[in-house]
Design a protein around this ligand. Sequence first.
Ligand code: ATP
Length: 270
Amino acid sequence: VRKAGLLEFVDVDLDLDDVGGLQNLKRWLSKRNNSWLAEAAEYGIPAPKGVLMTGIPGCGKSLTAKAVAAAWELPLLRLDIGKVFAGLVGSSEQNMRSAIRTAEAAAPCILWLDEIEKGFSGLSGDGDSGTSSRVFGSFLTWMQEKTTPVFVIATANKVDRLPPEFLRKGRFDEIFFVDLPTRLERRDIWSLHLSKRLQRSKAANLDISESLLDTLADVTEGYAGAEIEQAVVAALFDAFADRRQLKDDDLVRSIRNMVPLSVTQAEEIA
Ligand code: ATP
């Protein structure tokens, strides 16, 4: 990983087509590209600021951030918010300023603020609410006034931990809620991961039929994309362990052996 101060350059080798479901988000992003970032002002439209994606872990927020960078052919710089607040008291604001300077120096680029709720949860030494609002207040002001082509993607698991100024209209160009996949989206995700993995697997004699995809989508209600991917890997592992071809049953079994995070979390709350 290449580091630049508090930021790291993330390598990406995928595209928006590698993201299953999330049609609205993908449509919004695919209508835009890096020339929008560079030329908006010449067309009399507001300069792009960025998007906020929030929602359940493992449903494709990070994947989308990477896919946008790949589709727009821009470097992706990731900022771990925890690190901004991890230093001495008073240094958080300086850390954020320096991260912004680094991103501006790398422009045109995408600045990805990952897990922004970490800045508000009080988990970090310097993360009291006064500091948080100063740090993010100056960040949001920069975002609105910036003239350099830096597109911000902010991701957060818990929208209820975010202060209202993040959600106010006019801050981000758009806010997307990345929820657990619907049946159709799960079908899409199964199909993506199966074809990707089977392409390079010696256990690949499986026919990814429409009816198999229907069954798999049916049995994975409540499962996140990351869990579907995990199930494909687990099934392939079983086939590998027995030195045989992958069967439909392996996939269904690996799903039955897995309790989805959404259920674990619901049980914790209850
Ligand atoms: P977290 O908040 O935990 O980082 P996230 O929403 O950012 O979660 P990702 O990191 O994007 O989730 O997902 C993890 C992996 O799960 C991805 O790399 C991808 O392989 C798979 N995955 C998740 N959602 C999707 C999706 N919609 N389409 C295809 N694959 C997916």
